[in-house]
Design a protein around this ligand. Sequence first.
Ligand SMILES: C[S@@+](CC[C@H](N)C(=O)[O-])C[C@H]1O[C@@H](n2cnc3c(N)ncnc32)[C@H](O)[C@@H]1O
Length: 251
Amino acid sequence: MLLEMVLGKPREWLLGHDTDPLAPEAAARFLTLAAQRRQGVPMAHLVGHREFMGLRLSVSQDVLIPRPETELLVEMALQSLPEGVELSLLDLGTGSGAVAISVALARPAVRVVATDLSEAALVVAQMNAQQLSAPVQFWRGNWYEALPPEGRFDVIVSNPPYIARHDPHLLQGDLRFEPVLALTDGADGLAALSQIVAGASQRLNAGGWLWLEHGYEQGADVAQLLLGSGFKAVETKQDLAGLPRVTGGSL
Ligand SMILES: C[S@@+](CC[C@H](N)C(=O)[O-])C[C@H]1O[C@@H](n2cnc3c(N)ncnc32)[C@H](O)[C@@H]1O
């Protein structure tokens, strides 16, 4: 991938030209990128994009690199939004815009609104929405406070920061290079999830759905939060690895 990027050629071209000499500038650029990769810089940061739901999303150090497990959150949103029906969806903490943009493109009849506290993340999300011609309305602010006072939604989704403040994973792998605001709530991992559940009844239409991504050990806690706030049909869904990663319910 790094060589593809340096030469601006697809993989097939590289395979057909595997004995061609490299120009010195290209070799130097490739070696610099390879050294950064060895130091742990995520591939998505080196190449500047990541595939999500079959879409190419631009990413930077200002956003979480979209994860395959988050596609489950999109699937649950789509299941709650029948095709061709004029409903609405709110994506809280949109980061690169991955979830909001995927839903907007898969359900053109749905009005999609997305928020983030990070201005820098919203710049990336807006750029992605524009590049992919996805009609998404963006607002900046703390969870629901980002929104105009009026306005309810049929579906709310969020993949909030849910890693506990002292979790050693924060010091490992790609996480070292991603925004702290996207990873941890600065508390026990349930603070942002609790806030989002607590505010949902003020922002959901009757019969609306809330779907939340969470850590694989947080399913029972999130289900309890939802039940405690009056949600019904609460269930936890497993990702492709068989891990409980998304919990939701309806009001
Ligand atoms: C785990 S990332 C998810 C990004 C994206 N939705 C995804 O799934 O790839 C969490 C996002 O929540 C945002 N965030 C953190 N605290 C927030 C808050 N108080 N209000 C709104 N957004 C917040 C972060 O900036 C980050 O973009």
